[in-house]
Structures are given as C-alpha cells and as structure tokens.
Write a protein that binds this ligand. Sequence first.
Ligand code: ZN
Length: 242
Amino acid sequence: MTFPPSAAPLTDVERVLCVLAHPDDVDFGSAGTIATWVDAGIEVAYLLVTRGDAGGFDDTPREEMPVLREAEQRAAAAAVGVKQVDFLDGYRDGILEPTIGLRRDITAAIRRFRPDRVLTSSPLRRWERLAGPSHPDHLAAGEATTCAVYPDARNPFTFTDIGLEAWTVREIWYSGGPGPDHFVDVTDTFPRKLAALRAHASQTSHLDGFEEMLRERHAMVARAGGLPEGRLAEGYSVFSTG
Ligand SMILES: [Zn+2]
C-alpha cells in the first residue's frame, strides 16, 4: 500500500501543528523542514503523545526517562525556533493505539491551536524498512491524527464536551511513509537539525559517526527527489484534506 501523488503544498500557511508519538520523532523526520518554516515566519507547535518512556540505551533509571526526554524535546524544539511543546498524559511509549481517547486529545489540540497544516507520522507501513519509521507507535499516532484532522476536529457535533470551536485543518504532511514524493531542501537548516538531534542525548549520544550517517541519509533523499548533487533533503507525502 502506498500514498497517491502529493498535492502542491499550500502557500498561505500561518500555523503548523506537528503530532508525533515520541520525543525525537519530529527531529529525525522533519527538524530541517520545520526550521525553514520558522524562518518563513510560520508559527509551529509540537504535540507529543508520549514522553518516550521506553527509549534510551544505558542504565538511566527508568522512572527518570520521561522527565529527561521531555527536557530533551524542549531543547531540540528551541534549536529550530519552536516555542510551544505540549505533551499528552496517559499514553505509554511502545503500546500506543489509535483510540477514540487519543483522537479526542489530538482534536482538542487542533481546535486550540487552529493549524492550517498538520504534520504527522505515516499511518502506512514501509515494508522495505520495518524498523524506525514503521514503529507501531508511529503508525498509531499517524492514524489517530488523520482521524482527528478528518472528521473529528472539523465536525462541530464531535467531542462537544471539549468545549472548543470546530476547526478545519486544510493540509496534512506525512513523514516516514512509503514513496515520499515531496522534498524540502534542508541543506541550509541542517546544522540546526543536527543540534536538535544532539539535544536528544539519551537517544543519539552513543551513535558513532552520527553526523556523517545523517548527512548521507539526507543526501540520498535529495537524490531521490532530483535535487542538485550536494544538497540535503527531507521527504514527505502531502495532501489536501478538502
Ligand atoms: Zn519514535
């Protein structure tokens, strides 16, 4: 299963809400793009569904992990100029499901922030790269966010108990899915992306040759997108929600 071809992105975007399962997801997939949006004067906010309590690689006490990862995500957001970072309560890393409760919580965030565009992880699995992008929590966050964009947030008769006015998100961007065909040149913002990822020290500080690995991965995406040699890119599938 793949996505249909991407739509041409909106050109009048004022606010973008990024909804991801774990701290670091938004930075691995999209920090370079987000830095370009911030530079263009777009207001970007993050909504993290979990605090990444199942992450890490060392003997950091498990009860400290959520606090640590929340702080890391806030520092990473600051590295690309994002000020608003919210975390949902009640969801655990590793066992996320696209429940009605999660749709309701994401709907509340959408109705509060009123984004023109939502960025989330792909609800479609990449069979050729099962690890990483196709973590089941990512698929669940992408699915719940898609349902919150349509129909939940825009339907005034859904989740009326939230007490917020209905809001129509006009566009959705998926990261980490199969066959991305919209590419953002992140060569100029790559240093900020790297700084954001280094802020997630509990996830990245043990990786040897991290910058080189990251550069190579983004150069491959740029090549797939037909960008000139030497450029770096992030890839997406982009859809109008009309
Ligand atoms: Zn993740």
